[in-house]
Structures are given as C-alpha cells and as structure tokens.
Design a protein around this ligand. Structure first.
Ligand SMILES: *Cc1c(COP(=O)(O)O)cnc(C)c1O
Length: 459
C-alpha cells in the first residue's frame, strides 16, 4: 500500500474558502446556449412569460448569459455550511488496485442526507421561493434524489413541497418516498389523476409506469393552478448548472492549493447539472484560452442523448406544457427500456452542455449498465464509499482512462465527480449480484421513431 503521500487522502477546505459567488460559464461562451422558446409562438421566452412558472430571481439567473460571477446570498452560504465544503478525495486505494501511474481524484457530493449533489441547487431554489413570499413549490423526481433534496431544503425554509414521483420509482423506492415525507413533502405517483395532463396521459397509455417527462408536466400544471406556488427543476436548466458550480469551484480551489492540474475531467450526465457544475471553472479557463482540459460526459447506452441524440429544439416534458429548449435530445416521448436501473434517464441534455459539446469543447461517451455496476463494485471494495449507479458511470470511465495510462505509462491526472451514494439502489445492485442485470441499447429504428416527434420549430 502506498504510504508516501504528499497529498492528503481528503482535501477539505475551510468554511472561509467556500465559494462566495457562483460562476456562470455562459458569460465566457462565444456562442450562447439557444434561448428557451414559447411552444405556442416559437419566439424566445421573456422574463414575464417565465414568471408564472418559475421564481423571479431564478428567472433572472436563467436568462443571464453575461454576468460571470453571481453572489451567493449569505443565507444560502449558511445552509451550504451544513453539508459543505465537500471533500476532494485522492483515490490512492483505487490507483493501487488498478496498478496505474495515473493520479485519480474525486469530488464527493454524497455526504448529506439527500445523498447527492442536488442539495446545492435545492437550497438555492427554496431560498429564492421563500424570498418571493411563496407558499410552496412543486417538482418531479425520478429516482428520488432531487425530491429528497428539495424536501430537505423546503423544510429548512418553511415551504410546502409537492413532489410528483415517477410511478416506477415510487413503487420500487418506497424508502426514498418516506424520506421525503419525513421532511414534510407530499409525494404523488406520476402519472396521477390529480392533474389534467396526468389524466390524459393515463387515458392514452393505461398502465404506464411513468417517466420524468410526464412528471414534469404534472408538476408544472400543479404549480400554475395553485395560488402561491412555482415549479422548480433539479437539472437541465441554466440556473441549476449555475448553482452546481460550487462543486467545480471547490474542487479547483482544493487542487490549486497543491498545485495539481487535472488532464481529464469526467462526470456522469443525466440532465447535465453535476457535470456542468464540476467543469464550470475549468471550462471557463478553456473558453478564455488560459488552460486546456479533456472533458468527458458519460451517459448510459440505454439513454444516449449526447452520443446518439439530435441537437434540436424539443419539449422538456411529455405533456408539452414546458418551454422548448434547444438541446441534444432523444425526443420527449423517449422512455428508456424497463430493465434500465442506472438512473440518468432524462431524454434531453442541458442546453449549456449541448452547445459546448456541439462546439467540440467536450467529449461524450456511453457505457452499458453491467459495466457500470462492475466499476461501482470495484470502487466500493477499495475506496469504501457505496456509489450511486449514476455516479458509477463516471467511475467506469475514470477506471478505463486510468487503465489506458497503465498501458502507456502516462501519469495523467484524472478528476471525476462522485455525485452520490447508492443506499437506495440496492435492488439494482441485487440484480447485478444475481447476474440478472441485462443491457439494452436502443436500435436506430427506435430512436428514429422518437426523433419523428420532434417539434418543427427553430430549425
Ligand atoms: C440526479 C443525479 C445525477 C444526474 O443528474 P445531473 O443533472 O446530470 O447531474 C447524477 N448522480 C446522482 C447521484 C444524482 O442524484
């Protein structure tokens, strides 16, 4: 075992060293992410049109393509201190097990009760809702991490929280549901009969187990039909990437302290918020021509929006009630195969990351879930942390890159985002251990059918 460690196993920052501002990567992008469009008129949405759906301050952040640094209100920083700074870990044990000359670091965001990075944006969004004097917020949740994070944040700020949870997760992850209820949220399986759009989806697809896209439609409807409520979203949006920049800013401060510069930065990508947050300050340097990094987004082969999707305007939800966003998408009707257990199941990708990817400023790759779980297990056995399946997509590619270094003898420095814990994913781990987990890669025909439903606007 390597014992000559000039860099600590965990690099912790002090509270003082935590970021005081979020970094908005859009400010340094030459081509800005495409604007959200009104689905009715096809025109870019104005702040007034977004205000009935989203909180005021969050609308301003959503539309701000120019301000590079945005102050983190002191109230949010205080809440952040309950679970941040998060550690940057040098994966000495994993390096040793792989026999690689590569140096691997991971930023671990799972050290809070919600178990993931999502609390970074939940705290911010709940704060702005409270500041506006709202009664509560509505949202959707898939696997349950976002709903849990938002429930925690709402209880802290004294807000009501209505969560629409994708039905299959509601049934498979009863403990997540109960964590949310412990924090005072009401949780409804989606699609449900509590909204018009839910009724419509159920009539068209009886017995459906739901999707994130359906749950978003229901949550938006619930927000716009209840006085004093707004809708909040845990990924994809520009504002969420902005809040998540704390991940990258902290990681960079910690690495800078020891004079370490990563060669490769890897993150899993569902809607793109953790990856967008992790890479933000590094991408900023890259955009300004100050430094270069290889940046890799990792997605599931069963939901490959970047690697096989189309860069086009699409609906963010199945019910088509949300604004249109230009993004890499599989089509808003796309639902990953039922055997897919690894999360990251949203049909589209953050417009910011979509634009950066389209310009060749970052790469993307996809991995099958049995390989993901093999990496998760290998990681858990040496590093101790039980990783979330989502996070394990990044682990897979970090291990693969480290093994390439073993072949070439290159001492590359790899940084990856370890977004959360897998305690609520033990059914998926069980399937893997029993050899019952299978991989499914959608065919070109299936994707073509889904692309055919893309709206014909803004092309
Ligand atoms: C939600 C989630 C993700 C994926 O969401 P992004 O917005 O792409 O970051 C990844 N890991 C964990 C643990 C999550 O909860």
């Amino acid at each position: 075992m390597k014992t000559d460690r000039n860099i600590p196993y965990k690099i912790y920052l002090s509270e003082e060293e935590m970021p005081k501002q979020w970094y908005n990567v859009r400010a340094d992008m030459k081509t800005k992410p495409a604007p959200l469009l009104n689905p009715g008129t096809g025109e870019p949405l104005k702040a007034e049109e977004l205000a009935p759906i989203f909180c005021e301050d969050l609308v301003a952040q959503e539309l701000d393509n120019d301000t590079p640094y945005i102050d983190i209100p002191e109230e949010i920083r205080t809440c952040y201190k309950t679970f941040r700074p998060s550690p940057l870990v040098r994966a000495y044990f994993l390096e040793e097990a792989l026999g690689t000359p590569a140096k691997i670091y991971y930023k671990y965001e799972g050290n809070n009760t919600s178990g993931s990075h999502k609390l970074n944006s939940a705290m911010a969004q709940a704060y702005y809702a409270k500041k506006q004097g709202l009664k509560g917020v509505t949202t959707e949740t898939g696997a349950g991490q976002w709903g849990t994070a938002l429930s925690m944040a709402c209880s802290l700020f004294g807000l009501d929280c209505k969560v629409y949870m994708v039905k299959v997760s509601y049934e498979q992850k009863p403990f997540r549901r109960e964590v949310m209820r412990t924090y005072g949220a009401s949780v409804t399986p989606s699609p449900s009969m509590t909204t018009e759009i839910g009724k419509k989806i159920l009539a068209e697809h009886p017995g459906t187990t739901g999707s994130l896209g359906c749950a978003i439609s229901e949550a938006v409807e619930a927000a716009t039909t209840h006085e004093g409520y707004r809708y909040v979203l845990g990924s994809v949006l520009n504002q969420v990437l902005l809040h998540q920049s704390v991940i990258g800013l902290e990681a960079k401060t910690a690495l800078d302290k020891y004079g370490v510069k990563p060669d490769i930065i890897i993150g899993c990508a569902g809607g793109g918020s953790n990856l967008g947050g992790l890479i933000a300050p590094f991408m900023g340097q890259k955009l300004r021509g100050e430094a270069d990094y290889r940046i890799i987004a990792v997605e599931p082969a069963s939901c490959p929006s970047l690697t096989r999707g189309k860069y086009a305007y699409d609906f963010c939800d199945t019910g088509k009630v949300c604004p249109l966003a230009k993004m890499y998408t599989l089509g808003s009707g796309f639902i990953p195969a039922p055997n897919h257990a690894g999360g990251l199941r949203y049909h589209g990708m953050s417009p910011v990351l979509s634009e950066l990817y389209d310009e060749g400023l970052m790469e993307a790759t996809s991995v099958v879930q049995t390989d993901v779980f093999a990496a998760a297990e290998q990681f858990a056995r040496v590093e101790g942390i039980l990783p979330a399946p989502e996070s394990s997509h990044a682990i897979r590619v970090a291990i693969d890159e480290a093994l390439k270094c073993k072949e070439t003898g290159e001492e590359k420095t790899i940084l990856f985002g370890l977004t959360g814990t897998g305690y609520f994913d033990m059914f998926a781990y069980e399937k893997f251990h029993n050899g019952e987990m299978t991989d499914y890669i959608p065919t070109d025909e299936e994707l073509a059918a889904s692309f055919a439903t893309l709206p014909k606007v803004g092309c």
